[in-house]
Write a protein that binds this ligand. Structure first.
Ligand code: SF4
Length: 437
């Protein structure tokens, strides 16, 4: 935070100065509003508020993180604020990496409204009393260029904000890996035992929030909790960005009211609700679209349908593609992407990936091995990376137990199937790079 804005933070909020955007187009403004002057004209200023009133507004807004875990944002902010003090100032990291290759929502957001993300990071900094804000991006990414240009437009108003380039690896954007990278240059996760909100970058309380979460925060600070809750599901209000890809006529990123049925989201991409889809990213779940068509897009409703919101992506498989082959490919990517610090990642993930590939080739014993192996890997790593891979593999077996069980039998009877071209987008893993210095 710059000194003048910090000094103003004691005043109570006045968030009735303007009406927020109506409808569900909140985060993705019209084209031509990405520059600083246009952004200010479109959204208006963020008025100063005290840290405690900001936490209260965010709490009553019901905002949950949009990066994957869906944790209540106010609880996270309050934990960092409580751990920070005059001698141990907090730090904010805006996670703009979007490490999951199935998601494009954060890069679309940053392209359309970079200043909304920066506004949100500054609001978060005010709420936790931080004196440093870092915008974490993947090395060489377009998001990094856009955010650097946006900061330059703001000049001294963003003096406390900098862009940090993180190795372009899946696990490097995990919260504790970001903290470790900023502190030491090593972008591997620290593990579950190190709560970053208490002891993060250089031992300081650190708030790590995803780009979309921070953009939502910027709007709540402007227009208030009532405005935020005026759209979407009552338990999980607001809007959300969803990436729709794979075999759909109109792939892309859409902003929806939370609680929108999956059938409606698919219709926005011109897609039917039949066949298989991956929901939530590489740590997500395979679903039978027909079975979840009426399911509302919230963390709780998706969980009750054995799906997961995760990174908010929906990737549809074309009719004759092979879910086992796709899953084996994804598991191989996750195994290659691991930081290889713990047994479950070093040995468990490659074995699960190999079993899934064998099953896709018609090896009956691979099914037995998978069912035995998955529970031995789950929750055994220092971070949640292997857990996501286990849940993904289990969901593939699960959907094949349903109405489409013939597909699995066909594999086992005919030694596999004719897999179509890969569908789920995966990056190239550079397994040598966990650090950049
Ligand atoms: S579980 Fe895997 S990704 Fe997580 S810290 Fe251990 S080796 Fe690294």
């Amino acid at each position: 935070m710059n000194a003048s804005s910090t000094a103003r933070m004691h005043r109570q909020p006045d968030i009735s100065h303007a009406n927020g955007p109506s409808g569900v187009t909140r985060l993705l403004p019209p084209a031509g509003t990405a520059r600083w002057t246009d952004h200010q004209r479109h959204y208006g200023p963020v008025l100063p508020a005290s840290a405690s009133s900001l936490v209260d507004i965010v709490r009553s807004s019901g905002l949950r993180g949009r990066g994957g875990a869906g944790f209540p944002t106010a609880t996270k902010i309050a934990a960092v604020a409580a751990a920070a003090g005059r001698l141990r100032r907090a730090i904010v990291i805006a996670n703009c990496c979007e490490g999951d290759p199935t998601a494009k929502k954060d890069r679309v957001l940053i392209g359309r409204a970079p200043h909304l993300v920066i506004d949100g990071a500054l609001v978060a900094a005010a709420a936790v009393g931080a004196d440093r804000v870092m915008l974490a991006v993947h090395q060489g990414s377009r998001a990094g260029t856009i955010l650097r240009e946006a900061l330059a437009e703001r000049g001294a108003g963003a003096a406390a904000v900098s862009v940090v380039q993180v190795p372009n690896r899946f696990v490097a954007s995990e919260a504790s890996a970001l903290v470790r990278f900023v502190s030491t240059g090593d972008a591997r996760p620290l593990g579950r035992l190190a709560p970053v909100w208490e002891s993060g970058v250089d031992g300081r309380p650190t708030l790590v929030d995803n780009a979309e979460t921070l953009a939502q925060l910027a709007l709540i600070a402007r227009f208030g909790d009532h405005w935020f809750r005026s759209v979407g599901d009552q338990e999980e209000p607001g809007t959300a960005l969803v990436t729709i890809g794979g075999a759909v006529p109109r792939p892309g990123v859409v902003e929806i009211a939370t609680g929108t049925p999956i059938r409606t989201i698919m219709a926005s991409a011109g897609a039917p609700t039949t066949g298989w889809a991956l929901i939530g990213g590489l740590a997500g779940r395979w679903v039978d679209l027909a079975a979840v068509a009426q399911t509302r897009f919230t963390t709780a409703h998706l969980a009750s349908a054995q799906a997961v919101r995760g990174v908010g992506s929906i990737i549809v498989l074309p009719p004759r593609s092979c879910i086992l082959t796709e899953t084996a490919r994804m598991l191989g990517y996750l195994a290659d992407s691991s930081a290889r610090q713990c047994g479950p990642c070093m040995f468990g993930l490659p074995a699960i990936a190999a079993d899934m590939a064998s099953l896709a080739s018609g090896d009956r014993m691979a099914l037995t091995r998978l069912r035995r192996r998955l529970p031995t890997v789950d929750k055994r790593g220092a971070c949640a990376h292997p857990d996501g891979a286990v849940a993904l593999a289990a969901s593939a077996l699960n959907v094949l137990n349903g109405p489409e069980s013939g597909h699995l039998q066909q594999h086992l009877a005919h030694h596999g199937c004719r897999a179509t071209a890969p569908v789920v987008p995966l990056g190239v893993v550079d397994s040598t790079r966990h650090a950049s210095r």
